[in-house]
Design a protein around this ligand. Structure first.
Ligand code: SF4
Ligand code: SF4
Length: 331
């Protein structure tokens, strides 16, 4: 199997229906059934400018969570029973409150996941990260869109592959990945305008190629579909593939993915404290449940359960083929 292969259409889709119409036709109500994860997006500042980025992140973005907002988020977490925290960005480690958010969440006994782009470890003054991650016992979810240098550098920038491999070796050296207990998961997303290949088969390819070429070990590979929003939408328009990509997502709609959609179990909080049904809706500024915009501290955790999810046609990105979520494929 090659990385360029795509999952064929499941045939469930109807090419011209908006996502909301599609799920109504299937008599599905998309609501939040539990609240197991607080996903904190600390802002759009990043050391990279990847072409597929749904955040539109980069070194010149100024939107970052302040220390005051971080404090209010931690207070809300402390008053809740939400068991897991998923920290993302941008490159979340570059936020001045990053350490505090991780340490406070761990001190509260919560599971902490950090979405790490690997190269941030080599930014000036960031060499402390591997030991900090180890000492805090965080779970790392690291982006590596291919095991081949050319594909990674095409999507993420010149020299990113070489740095990513060096970072993975450092993380292995710090005890992340098997046979140790510290979790190091990798994220694949397609380099072209196609769906991810089957997750388990690709994981085997990654394990073999990264192991044989570099001696790198990791726990799991998550395949994530590129979302047709933000910088990736601009890219699709530039190469003239926006319509064909949307048609691919629509025609690959798979209702079996609906029960596991990540929006059914998490709440996403943005850099200014506003909450959303997911990180994608956050980038589209779609208020939680299509209601009035709410700050995290205006919402009691129990009030978020049972609320309808705000949807749009980008949701076809989560429901195409085997589905896509923060934790990879859904079915
Ligand atoms: S995809 Fe990740 S690493 Fe790349 S620009 Fe966006 S936030 Fe930064
Ligand atoms: S984009 Fe995905 S996670 Fe977000 S609301 Fe739509 S289906 Fe749910």
């Amino acid at each position: 199997m090659t990385i360029a292969s795509a999952i064929p259409s499941t045939g469930h889709g109807s090419a011209d229906l908006h996502f909301g119409q599609r799920i109504r036709q299937d008599a599905v109500r998309l609501d939040r059934t539990s609240l197991t994860t607080l996903q904190i997006n600390v802002g759009k500042f990043c050391n990279q400018t990847c072409e597929h980025c749904h955040v539109g992140a980069g070194p010149h973005r100024k939107e970052i969570m302040t220390g005051e907002t971080a404090g209010r988020v931690i207070e809300w977490l402390a008053a809740s029973r939400v068991p897991a925290v998923d920290i993302t960005g941008g490159a979340p480690e570059l936020n001045p409150s990053f350490r505090r958010i991780v340490e406070s969440s761990r001190a509260l006994g919560r599971r902490v996941m950090v979405r790490n782009n690997l190269t941030v470890i080599f930014e000036p003054g960031m060499g402390w990260l591997p030991e900090f991650f180890r000492d805090q016992g965080v779970e790392l979810i690291c982006s590596l869109p291919c095991y081949l240098e050319e594909n990674v550098d095409t999507q993420r920038g010149e020299g990113v592959y070489e740095k990513s491999i060096r970072a993975l070796k450092m993380l292995n050296g710090a005890g992340f990945g098997p046979p140790g207990e510290l979790v190091l998961n990798l994220v694949y997303n397609p380099v072209g305008a196609h769906l991810p290949p089957p997750q388990k088969a690709l994981e085997e390819d990654y394990r073999r190629e990264l192991g044989e070429r570099h001696g790198i070990r990791f726990n799991e590979l998550f395949t994530i579909t590129n979302m047709p929003i933000s910088r990736y939408a601009s890219y699709l328009k530039v190469i003239g593939k926006m319509d064909s990509y949307m048609n691919l997502l629509r025609s690959s709609y798979n209702p079996e993915t609906l029960p596991g959609l990540m929006c059914r179990n998490l709440i996403s909080v943005g850099w200014d404290g506003t909450i959303y049904d997911c990180d994608f809706n956050q980038m589209l500024d779609m208020a939680v449940g299509n209601g009035r915009p709410l700050k995290l501290w205006e919402a009691a955790p129990e009030d978020l359960i049972g609320r309808d999810i705000a949807t749009g046609d980008h949701c076809y990105g989560c429901t195409a083929g085997t589905g896509s979520s923060c934790g990879g494929a859904l079915v």
